[in-house]
Design a protein around this ligand. Structure first.
Ligand code: 5AD
Length: 357
């Protein structure tokens, strides 16, 4: 096994075999990726305070709880002042970075709103706060405008790299086009964002071979960051009808950890998040993600009264603590696994610096 993982570059078949490891061999993979992480990016954990600014979405993805056709949720949108207040609080408490996430909209008013949030957030923090945007597919012009106004990173998950599976997960129309999504990722790279993507793991109809190809796609795109996690069914979505066909949640969790470990082997210097979906499936999801090779966590700092309406999937945790208390809790958890929490730092991916030398 160790021979396979040292056998760079890992082929698709190697990845398929490694994704099937269990027991001691699986643990050996985690130990290897963990030591490789130590050598390449160290044991520091970067924080991004996640602000879910709106659940209004023009898209209708079959897996997502905030899809346009879900009429059973209350739609909300934080106003400019509310967002800036959260950013200010987060910055004062030690978050060197925030991630602003929302449903996908492309109206002029939405574009302007994000723009002014970026400008103001940088202004009130003397340009010190790092900002990740995760606001869906936009035109290259919009991506450029937001970059110039202060967005440092952009996270746009490809969701799956199998075009066939992509079509099974989305309506077949212009708004949900696989090639547009790939083009959007290419635009982000061209503009020189720190670019992040990711996939859902354990989707209906997904094979291990598709997951192996997902990893190779991320490598070929030369991404700087990745957020990927288990697919978790949501009752008010079309994909819920396939719930009987899904792998048990424990298996989805394990494969997600192996995906993190293998991505660390393929791309030692990038930032990889231990995602909320991982934490949703297991009480020690963040820790297990970090020990498999992740180096970023994204605590949710959206006010609780809104958070409860941003349910992308079943049982998604709701932040219910004051941010100071929440940070202290994170610190204890991270120190307990011999990692170090990085406060007051942007935590940009080493991969991005090396690429821009
Ligand atoms: N399970 C897991 N992740 C989901 N997302 C949306 N719906 C689900 C789900 N049911 C993820 C998608 C999206 C991100 C914001 O949340 O990957 O890009």
């Amino acid at each position: 096994m160790i021979e396979t993982i040292q056998n760079y570059p890992l082929s698709k078949d190697d990845l398929v075999a490694l994704l099937s490891l269990t027991g001691e061999k699986e643990q050996a993979l985690f130990d290897y990726s963990s030591s490789l992480k130590q050598k390449s990016v160290g044991n520091e954990v970067f924080l991004r305070g996640l602000i879910e600014i709106s659940n209004i979405c023009k898209k209708d993805c079959y897996y997502c709880g905030i899809r346009k056709s879900n009429n059973s949720i209350h739609r909300y949108s934080l106003n400019h002042k509310e967002v800036i207040e959260i950013v200010k609080q987060a910055y004062e408490n030690g978050y060197g970075s925030v991630a602003i996430q929302s449903g996908e909209l492309s109206s002029k008013s939405f574009i302007n709103k994000i723009d002014t949030i970026l400008i103001e957030s940088k202004k009130i923090t003397n340009n010190r706060i790092g900002i990740t945007l995760s606001c869906g597919e936009q035109s290259e012009e919009t991506f450029k405008r937001w970059f110039e106004s202060g967005a440092d990173r952009y996270l746009l998950r490809i969701e799956t790299t199998s075009e066939e599976l992509y079509r099974q997960l989305h309506p077949n129309d212009d708004l949900h086009s696989f090639s547009r999504r790939v083009e959007a990722l290419e635009s982000l790279r061209k503009i020189n964002y720190q670019v992040g993507t990711g996939v859902m793991i354990g989707l209906p109809f997904q094979t291990t071979e598709i997951l192996a190809k997902d990893l190779l796609f991320m490598k070929s795109l030369d991404i700087d960051m990745c957020g990927m996690g288990p697919y978790i069914e949501h009752p008010n979505t079309p994909l819920y009808q396939y719930r009987e066909q899904l792998l048990p949640k424990d298996n989805r969790f394990e494969i997600s950890l192996k995906m993190i470990a293998l991505l660390r082997l393929l791309m030692p210097n990038i930032n990889i998040a231990a995602t909320t979906a991982l934490q949703t499936l297991k009480i020690d999801g963040y820790e297990r993600g970090l020990l498999a090779g992740a180096n970023v966590v994204m605590p949710n700092i959206t006010p609780t009264r809104y958070c409860k309406d941003y349910l992308l999937y079943e049982n998604k945790p709701v932040s219910n603590r004051e941010s100071e208390e929440q940070l202290a809790l994170f610190e204890r958890r991270i120190v307990a696994i011999d990692h170090k929490l990085c406060l007051f730092q942007q935590g940009n991916p080493k991969h991005y610096y090396l690429r821009n030398l």
